[in-house]
Design a protein around this ligand. Structure first.
Ligand code: NAG
Ligand code: NAG
Ligand code: NAG
Ligand code: NAG
Ligand code: NAG
Ligand code: NAG
Ligand code: NAG
Length: 176
């Protein structure tokens, strides 16, 4: 592992020196698309308010929505476990981390989040979502086995109360 890391750094340094000595762009080549694969993922996000999801900022404005506990222009940071089931003791398969910008005037949000997995075939891989927080979240990319991912994330609330959110996710990912 250490050796590989060292080798990677040597390569990066060598490559950057080559880049410094020559042009800033490569020759333009034809694009040969690689065959892509499709994977469907199904899991449950378990969120606990104040513990796995915390409001970190809020604009000092008078909200025009008295019905919402989280007013417009609130920023929430979260790192929620992903589990195989709805039970709080079901197996953890990874986590979703990121921020959500809440604009509850329309019960809406913008999500900047990353689903990472720490077990099974996709251990170490992750899926990046950058999307308006409505069903059909846009998968904007991915890492590891999800390199060059595109896709769609559907979600469905199982429980939403003052302290807990359990959300079911079905993500269809097209990737290399
Ligand atoms: C919020 O805004 C009001 C009005 O502009 C101001 O009086 C108040 O000090 C602000 N509060 C904070 C915490 O900045
Ligand atoms: C929200 O509540 C405040 C204070 O109670 C009130 O002045 C305001 O009109 C309410 N706004 C709405 C949209 O109901
Ligand atoms: C707040 O809730 C009440 C009752 O459900 C509704 O009539 C009102 O339109 C809501 N106000 C806003 C600003 O959403
Ligand atoms: C979205 O919010 C704006 C501003 O509060 C409001 O005028 C509009 O009707 C809302 N749209 C929906 C679909 O709730
Ligand atoms: C996942 O990958 C990490 C890092 O390579 C490794 O330490 C861990 O044992 C793996 N976990 C499983 C369940 O395979
Ligand atoms: C996810 O897929 C399962 C199994 O196909 C289905 O029962 C469930 O309704 C789907 N949920 C969502 C939010 O699409
Ligand atoms: C919210 O739901 C969870 C899971 O069902 C439950 O353990 C908890 O007591 C509920 N909290 C409230 C405030 O209803």
């Amino acid at each position: 592992m250490r050796g590989t890391l060292m080798l990677t750094w040597i390569l990066i340094i060598c490559l950057s020196q080559v880049a410094v000595q020559s042009q800033y762009y490569s020759k333009t080549r034809p694009y040969h698309p690689r065959p892509v694969k499709v994977t469907n993922l199904h899991f449950f996000m378990h969120e606990t308010a104040g513990i796995t999801a915390v409001q970190v900022a809020q604009a000092n404005i008078t909200s025009n929505d008295n019905n919402s506990s989280v007013p417009f222009a609130s920023l929430v940071a979260f790192n929620d476990p992903l589990r195989t089931g709805t039970e709080p003791d079901s197996k953890v398969i990874g986590n979703v981390q990121g921020i959500a910008l809440l604009s509850r005037m329309n019960a809406s949000s913008t999500q900047y989040i990353d689903f990472g997995f720490n077990t099974g075939r996709f251990n170490g891989s992750s899926i990046s979502v950058f999307s308006r927080g409505e069903p059909g979240l846009a998968v904007a990319g991915g890492r590891g086995k999800f390199m060059m991912a595109t896709g769609v994330a559907l979600f469905n609330p199982i429980i939403i109360n003052a302290t807990n959110v359990i959300m079911e996710f079905n993500i269809t990912v097209v990737h290399y």
